[in-house]
Design a binder for this molecule. Structure first.
Ligand SMILES: [Zn+2]
Length: 270
């Protein structure tokens, strides 16, 4: 499932083909993904110039000079195919730029989405309203987490997955960040000290940045015919390593928390 780093990598990959370009042709091959395509999608995007690209949480943003932003979510299986040699079955939306680049949004399971949102009103758009700060932005601070966790007895890991506290963090990244910061995943959030939170913020940011960099290193391949914005397998220190030795020598442990696997080291995380 595409996580924040994959979405960021996708956005950067797409930007090379879309930013500053005019969209010459828009083809919609079915009525819906998770929800219907906007009825005015083709009309709004055809002839529009892409002014900038961005990301909010796990959504990609394609800003246009029509004062509308196309917002996409990759769901479980979504991916953009760059300059596909031939159409594939699940290419549900195809964009062609004035200079002839072809970009196909392929989503076999159709848990993804495409919306058009007034650029000016993005912050108050349903899925974005109430989102916490971006983990890589300036608003994620130890003080923000201290306030958000204040007197909360829920486990710190569970609250880090709460999108109203931090936007876009997934299970893998939270497990790895807590390991790097030396914080037990099941510790009561309200009892995590400010010094620990001061370690946690850069831990979150470095885990994400390193994943983005790992994905970014494959960007040069994207321009190849039939290239796609592939996802990368990073090597994790605890995630998926139950029973293997931690860097300290103790075995990595796993337990199920809120329906998801948590991986951690009893010796390194307190
Ligand atoms: Zn350890």
């Amino acid at each position: 499932m595409p996580e924040l780093p994959e979405v960021e990598t996708t956005v950067r990959g797409l930007a090379r083909f879309l930013e500053g370009e005019r969209i010459a042709r828009v083809q919609v091959n079915r009525p819906d993904l998770r929800r219907p395509f906007p009825p005015d999608l083709v009309q709004t995007l055809t002839g529009a110039r892409v002014t900038a690209m961005g990301r909010r949480a796990k959504y990609g943003l394609i800003h246009t000079d029509r004062e509308q932003t196309m917002v996409f979510h990759l769901g479980m299986s979504g991916r953009w195919r760059i300059e596909p040699e031939k159409p594939e079955k699940h290419d549900h939306l195809v964009l062609e730029t004035e200079s002839g680049h072809v970009l196909a949004l392929n989503d076999a399971r159709r848990f993804g989405s495409v919306d058009l949102v007034a650029t000016e009103a993005l912050d108050s758009w349903g899925p974005f309203a109430g989102l916490g700060p971006e983990p890589l932005g300036p608003d994620l601070t130890p003080q923000h987490l201290k306030r958000a966790f204040s007197s909360r007895i829920a486990p710190v890991k569970q609250l880090l997955l709460d999108q109203t506290i931090v936007a876009g963090l997934g299970n893998i990244y939270v497990c790895e960040a807590l390991f790097r910061a030396g914080i037990r995943p099941d510790k009561e959030a309200g009892r995590v000290s400010l010094p620990a939170l001061t370690r946690l913020v850069p831990a979150i940011q470095s885990v994400l940045s390193e994943s983005i960099a790992a994905g970014g290193s494959t960007i040069r391949d994207y321009a190849q015919p039939s290239g796609e914005l592939g996802y990368f397998a990073a090597s994790w220190q605890v995630y998926g390593r139950e029973g293997e030795p931690c860097t300290c020598g103790a075995p990595v442990l796993r337990f199920v928390q809120g329906g998801r696997s948590t991986f951690w080291c009893r010796r390194c995380q307190r």
